[in-house]
Design a protein around this ligand. Structure first.
Ligand code: SF4
Length: 304
């Protein structure tokens, strides 16, 4: 038997490995958006140092094997969503640029759609997630007691586009499509609008929770915090200086105990670490998935 699935897999993986980063003029992409939380003065988005390494074409030191087919499947879910929008007659545009030339920001918005109730154009970002994964789906959908919420990275991206189009388009949407294609209620929509308080704009997020309308404002994210992060980053590029770490790759014992006590570290991770601390370090999840951890980042002096 000729193994067709292995052939498909090899083809998809080869396509992935041929994707060579192209050296272009510097621009900041909202898909890796940084943002200073004004209440803590800390970056709650993508690490400035990570963006700096990436834009300076540093070699990745933390590469993960691509085992998940959905990671290779690229934009299938987005394409499906856009084609269904067309079928419903709600499609307006897709894959169009969003720019803020003053801060060298450039990204591509997934879709623009026509809201048939308000007759207004809205933006949309389409994300997929694994609805069959208990923790993954709970973090987006919530449950009876945990409120649904979008992932920070996606909310930051959508909010950045909302800021760029704020004079003409009032609503953005985050659409989560369940890759496991289980039930319709595992697909989730969040509506994002600007909530301006004392001259600072924050994202107001609305969705359905326990069959009721639910909305909140995320005050960790703001236009001021985003502009501050971008301007700080541009200064690092301008002076060719590597930014300090925004996150901690390996927590000290004292921090681990503190985070465990405040339930920020789950039991299973803590127990595993205690059994063999050297082989099971605990650190920020941003570092865990950062392409420059486990090597490059450590080789630079940092300010922590
Ligand atoms: S390893 Fe952590 S601190 Fe270093 S660049 Fe990556 S996210 Fe930033």
């Amino acid at each position: 038997m000729y193994d067709i699935f292995t052939r498909i897999r090899e083809g998809l993986e080869a396509k992935e490995s041929r994707r060579i980063p192209t050296k272009t003029l510097l621009n900041l992409n909202p898909s890796s958006q940084a943002c200073i939380d004004l209440s803590t003065n800390e970056n709650m988005g993508t690490c400035l140092r990570q963006i700096w390494f990436n834009k300076n074409d540093f070699e990745r030191t933390n590469t993960m094997p691509v085992n998940n087919i959905s990671n290779l499947a690229g934009n299938w879910y987005e394409d499906w969503f856009v084609s269904e929008l067309k079928n419903c007659g709600l499609y307006y545009n897709s894959s169009f640029p969003a720019t803020d030339p003053q801060r060298l920001v450039k990204g591509i918005v997934d879709v623009a759609l026509l809201n048939p109730v308000s007759s207004e154009i809205e933006l949309g970002e389409v994300k997929s997630y694994d609805g069959s994964n208990y923790y993954g789906s709970q973090s987006v959908l919530g449950n009876k007691t945990i409120k649904p919420k979008p992932k920070d990275k996606h909310l930051l991206q959508a909010f950045r586009y909302s800021l760029i189009f704020k004079e003409t388009i009032k609503v953005n949407n985050l659409f989560y499509v369940d890759r496991a294609c289980s039930t319709w209620n595992k697909n989730k929509q969040f509506k994002i609008e600007l909530n301006t308080i004392n001259g600072i704009s924050y994202p107001k997020i609305s969705t359905v929770w326990n069959e009721e309308y639910y909305e909140y404002t995320d005050t960790r994210i703001s236009d001021k915090g985003i502009y501050l992060a971008e301007e700080t980053l541009l200064e690092y590029f301008g002076t060719n200086t590597v930014p300090p770490r925004d996150f901690i790759e390996e927590y000290s014992s004292a921090i681990i105990e503190e985070k465990y006590a405040s339930k920020e570290i789950p039991d299973y991770l803590y127990t595993k670490h205690k059994r063999d601390p050297l082989n099971n370090p605990i650190g920020s999840s941003s570092c865990k998935y950062c392409p420059y951890s486990k090597g490059l980042c450590k080789t630079y002096e940092d300010s922590l």
